[in-house]
Write a protein that binds this ligand. Structure first.
Ligand code: ZN
Length: 150
């Protein structure tokens, strides 16, 4: 299922909810989830949240809580547009708070440090709009479920 998801992402397609739920079902049955787990960035939509609720019920489980991390749009934009990633080893830098010792060069491996295509102001702005449209409604969903901590 992971390979199917990777193929979809490499083709620039969205990964379908069915595929995501299949991956989640497999992952949550692994031994390291027996004592509990934290889901970060999932679910992203109301249909995914509803499917998760059904899936957990079938496993005899429920969510303990949902947490909203509320960060102002301009703060998110500033943090992500100043982030840089090493094209060699993947080390993360920030031009303001954690720049490499030599501008544009990784401290660890010497390869170029670059801005990722999905971390330009336009790309992040698009991601935030998608978040507002599709993910922000989860706050109300989990509030209604009595699960929201904020
Ligand atoms: Zn590096």
């Amino acid at each position: 299922l992971g390979n199917q998801a990777k193929a979809a992402m490499n083709a620039g397609d969205l990964v379908s909810d069915d595929l995501i739920m299949g991956i989640m079902a497999e992952r949550l049955k692994e031994d390291d989830c027996k004592a509990g787990y934290l889901l970060d960035g999932f679910p992203r939509t109301i249909p995914q949240a509803e499917a998760l609720k059904v899936m957990l019920a079938e496993m005899g489980e429920t969510l303990d809580c949902a947490v909203e991390i509320d960060v102002a749009r301009d703060v998110i934009l500033d943090r992500l547009t100043t982030r840089r990633t090493c094209s060699g080893c993947g080390e993360i830098y920030n031009v303001k708070s954690n720049p490499p010792a030599v501008e544009g060069k990784c401290d660890k491996c010497g390869e170029p440090v670059v801005q990722r295509d999905d971390e330009t102001e336009e790309a992040i702005s698009n991601r935030l709009n998608v978040y507002n449209d599709q993910t922000a409604p989860l706050v109300g969903f989990y509030k209604n479920e009595g699960l929201l901590l904020s």
